[in-house]
Ligand binder design. Structure first.
Ligand code: UDP
Length: 248
């Protein structure tokens, strides 16, 4: 079982943070920019120093997206495997930045590639977490036709995480795009069903349903704000919580 929060101030003892490829790309919007990853790694290190056990799932959209490649004529399943390989590159970059921030981190891939990183073995991942290491899950679910959002919900359930944190460019879910609509309103709280029925597109439907079925709250927070993760973990800063509503 995941241990409870280390202090009264902390909301969750073990969390999974989903980082889309977009969060790792620099100004060009593609590729990997270590200077962009650095502050994220520092935020993760701060959260870990407070006593939170942290797992990460890396996306791959900054390098390759299967669906888009399929629209360009690639075989969909093969393109998805290429997308999953992209998530491994991002995971290795994240591992580097997290180690530079002073933490120990391990990459576990759903697609075994033993000369590059460890294969995903649930017990191994739990063991790393209990030893205070950050665990980075790469390779998505290991299956085509899925997304890394779904991989994040799946691994959060397997790791018995208390919450799934979805890092985005803004500090939560808004009624409209805050970059376009001046008086767009940020929701403090939504239910899984609100998100599914209103098609709010925070994560794909399979991920939301998996989180709902396993009663894992989803916290949408800004990956851009300084120490955003550490603040939200202490109930400060702004974010949107998605859960089952009354009584959760
Ligand atoms: N992918 C997949 N199965 C998975 C996870 C990911 O096939 O379980 C592929 C898919 O092609 C996807 C790509 O990997 O487009 C990158 O993942 P995603 O689009 O979820 O990355 P993000 O949008 O989070 O950067």
């Amino acid at each position: 079982m995941a241990k409870p929060p280390a202090t009264d101030k902390l909301r969750y003892g073990r969390v999974l943070v989903k980082l889309s490829g977009e969060a790792l790309a620099g100004g060009k919007g593609y590729g990997i920019d270590l200077s962009v990853i650095e502050p994220i790694a520092k935020d993760i290190a701060k959260a870990a120093a407070m006593g939170t056990e942290i797992c990460l799932v890396s996306g791959g959209g900054n390098i390759y997206r299967g669906l888009m490649a399929a629209e360009g004529g690639m075989d969909r399943a093969r393109a998805d495997y290429m997308g999953m390989l992209a998530t491994v590159m991002n995971a290795l970059a994240l591992q580097t930045a997290i180690e530079r921030a002073g933490l120990s981190a391990r990459v576990l891939s759903a697609i075994p590639m033993p000369t590059v990183c460890e294969p995903y073995i649930r017990d191994k991942a739990l063991d790393h977490l209990e030893k205070g290491r950050v665990v980075i899950f790469a390779g998505g679910t290991g299956n085509p036709f899925f997304s890394t959002d779904t991989a994040a919900a799946l691994r959060a359930a397997e790791m018995e995480c208390h919450a799934l944190f979805k890092g985005t460019q803004v500090d939560g879910v808004y009624s409209a795009d805050p970059a376009q609509v001046k008086d767009a309103r940020r929701y403090d709280r939504l239910t899984y069903d609100d998100v599914l029925k209103q098609d709010l597109r925070i994560m794909d439907g399979a991920a939301i349903a998996l989180a709902r079925d396993n009663r894992i709250p989803i916290i949408v927070f800004s990956i851009k704000s300084q120490h955003g993760l550490a603040l939200v973990l202490q109930g400060e800063g702004s974010s949107t919580t998605i859960d089952g509503g009354k009584g959760n």
